[in-house]
Ligand binder design. Structure first.
Ligand SMILES: C[S@@+](CC[C@H](N)C(=O)[O-])C[C@H]1O[C@@H](n2cnc3c(N)ncnc32)[C@H](O)[C@@H]1O
Length: 186
């Protein structure tokens, strides 16, 4: 299963343990969500409503990994849909390599903000490949009353170019963030 930052998020839940309610956005091949489901988390996978083939990839990952209990829902970042409204509160949102197009950043945070209304303690765990040093989430996090901490890959032994039997991330620079509501909202 190829997944640029999946190996990093593969290691992180196995370090922390995760048996909570877990939601993956922009799931694609869904490696982190699949691993979390295998570890006992209650997982919902999502990808764009406008990309049915990507939703089919999510379903295929569930079939291939014998996970009939994992739901797959269509959710386009920034869209307030019936499926988003109907989601139960989540503990963790996984976002593997979704910050790749700056014009989508605010739509992603809008969706996360909506999920934070359902559970103010929800955390977004995201890994992404650094594609440009000019891109920053900082102003948007401030606007949406969120904070983030960087998780050093070394803290869970993921600072290698060969990880979890995958040659990815290779020479790419991969970072991990945990985004949550800013402190004064809790
Ligand atoms: C770079 S891929 C990452 C896929 C997977 N999470 C991984 O790490 O391999 C980005 C994913 O975001 C999804 N995506 C792109 N635009 C989207 C949007 N507007 N709303 C929801 N998902 C979107 C794509 O279909 C794709 O699965």
């Amino acid at each position: 299963m190829a997944c640029t930052s999946g190996p990093v998020l593969w290691c992180w839940p196995s370090t922390c343990g995760s048996t909570e309610d877990l939601y993956q956005i922009g799931a694609g091949v869904s490696l982190p969500g699949v691993v979390a489901a295998k570890c006992g988390a209650e997982v919902i996978l999502s990808d764009s409503c406008e990309l049915p083939h990507c939703l089919e990839v999510c379903r295929q990952s569930c079939r291939l990994n014998s996970l009939p209990q994992v739901r797959v829902v269509g959710l386009t970042w920034g869209h307030l849909s019936q499926d988003l409204l109907a989601l139960p509160p989540q503990d963790i949102i996984l976002a593997s390599d979704v910050f790749f197009e700056p014009e989508d950043f605010e739509d992603i945070l809008t969706t996360v903000y909506f999920l934070m209304q359902k559970n103010p303690k929800v955390q977004l765990w995201s890994t992404y490949q650094v594609r440009s040093a000019d891109w920053s989430l900082e102003a948007l996090l401030y606007k949406w009353d969120m904070k983030c901490i960087h998780i050093p890959l070394a803290s869970f032994d993921a600072d290698r170019d060969d990880i979890a039997d995958s040659a990815l991330p290779g020479r790419h620079t991969i970072e991990m963030l945990v985004i949550s509501f800013a402190k004064d909202r809790l």
